[in-house]
Unconditional design. Sequence first.
Length: 166
Amino acid sequence: MPQENLSPRPVRDSQSEMAEIVLPNDANPLAALLGGRLMHWIDLAGAMAAHRHSRNHVVTASVDHIDFLVPVRVGDLVILRSSVNRVFTTSMEVGVKVFVENYIADTAKHVASAHLTFVAIDKEGNRVKVAPVIPETEEQKRRYDGAGRRREIRRAEFERHRHLAR
């Protein structure tokens, strides 16, 4: 199968931002954003960065730990920023950082961060190679190195669970 252009691409090419206003349907009876809705938005924001970088269809392979740091209320504006941290042949780690902006009070707070792994696939569902990512800033280089460490932890956990399942 012919492979797309696998020339390395800078992190900035994958950077994505999405915004959502929290509506009553997104909230619990206390008018706070449902955690599952936020996780859905995180997955979408991560997929946007993975699509932009890989220029392919992608599927979510894993989501690392998520902590909800501050409540998000009906009427708040949620900003999700994502970018590819590192590429591993057919998979990519994407970082997503979430902020809540109260545009009435002119405040912004960090809500959550997550690392997701996406796998690039073709129309038949077969894995395809992904171009390497080039970290340019010190922050991008730090996230690139961290992605390598997190991958080793994920692999060790996978092997441990596989061993326990036998």
